[in-house]
Design a protein around this ligand. Structure first.
Ligand code: UDP
Ligand code: MN
Length: 301
């Protein structure tokens, strides 16, 4: 009996080893190589190992307005996980504040994404419900690009709010933007998605549940602009005067392109690769009010 068991065991042993090796090999394949060779740095892009192939890619400049609130660091952490995995990426973070805060400064230093840290405070009179948000912040980033980049710098500009959800594919899609490229956005336009309608490779209309008459019925997360277009149209900015809420994108795009010239991405605008998510405010009813009740250590959240 004992010898039968032994022989069965030795018969199965090689197969068990093969299976273990295969499982191990498969597991290693899905694990991404650790991110090396890039460091964040104030006003600096230090990209370490950039292969010849990569240096041919246009840099993606993602403009992110952000403001102080309980979830700010959580949001920035979440989007940075996506941005960190995108090669040739430069993050322009514009704080809606009178100075660059310590929290965001510290966060950016350790985030592993090349970045530029700016700030401009939204005048109090514009901080009202129904008013467009982050106009001044996006415009400051455009001004920075116009002052610090030239026609010799190949780049693509993208407006990436801090609370959206980004797939890595959306950056692959926008990378070769020649003038202005467009794609669908999840949870926009009052529907599960909003998208440009495409016929024979051209945008011919919009699938949306909200203000379908907008010349460009598209969310901020649904388009990218070549840096050359930004530089060639120095007057193109987001407007405060005369711009109704929800018309920011349309009013901006009108200044730099025509619907017929848009470049549809994401399989003729049939794939959702970015989502206009919104984060619920955390429940903080039990937050301490008086200094005497505060925690004994200062904890950054
Ligand atoms: N934002 C800002 N200041 C504000 C409100 C918003 O800088 O007073 C930023 C915010 O962090 C986000 C972008 O502007 O990156 C869009 O704001 P929000 O997500 O609140 O707008 P919504 O998506 O609801 O239109
Ligand atoms: Mn948002």
């Amino acid at each position: 009996m004992k010898s039968v068991l032994f022989s069965v065991f030795f018969l199965l042993l090689p197969w068990m080893i093969i299976v273990i090796i295969m499982i191990d090999f498969d597991g290693k394949r899905v694990v991404r190589a650790p991110f090396t060779g890039r460091h964040g740095g104030t006003h600096a892009v230090t990209q370490g190992v950039v292969t010849k192939n990569q240096s041919a890619l246009q840099i993606i400049y993602a403009i992110t307005p952000t403001y102080t609130r309980p979830v700010q660091k959580a949001e920035l952490t979440r989007v940075a996980h996506a941005f960190r995995q995108v090669t040739r990426f430069h993050w322009i973070v514009v704080e809606d504040s009178t100075s660059r805060t310590e929290l965001v400064t510290r966060f950016l230093r350790g985030c592993g994404v090349p970045y530029t840290h700016l700030n401009v405070y939204t005048p109090q009179r514009f901080k009202r419900k129904g008013m467009p948000r982050a106009t001044e912040q996006r415009n400051l980033a455009l001004t920075w690009l116009r002052q610090h980049r030239s026609h010799r710098d190949p780049g693509v500009v993208y407006f990436a709010d801090d609370d959206n959800a980004y797939s890595l594919e959306v950056f692959e899609e926008m990378r070769d933007t020649r003038a202005v490229s467009v794609w669908p956005v999840g949870f926009a336009g009052g529907r599960t998605y909003e998208r440009p309608l495409v016929s024979k490779g051209k945008v011919v209309g919009w699938y949306t549940g909200w203000r379908a008459g907008r010349p460009f019925a598209i969310d901020m997360a649904g388009f990218a602009v070549n840096l050359n277009v930004i530089l060639a149209n120095p007057q193109a900015l987001f407007k405060r005067q005369g711009s109704k809420p929800g018309m920011q994108e349309s009013d901006f795009l009108k200044q730099i392109t025509k619907v017929s010239e848009l470049e549809p991405k994401a399989n003729n605008c049939t794939r959702v690769l970015v989502w206009h998510t919104r984060t619920e405010n955390p429940h903080l009813a039990k937050e301490v009010k008086y200094i005497k009740d505060k925690d004994t250590v200062a904890v950054e959240v």
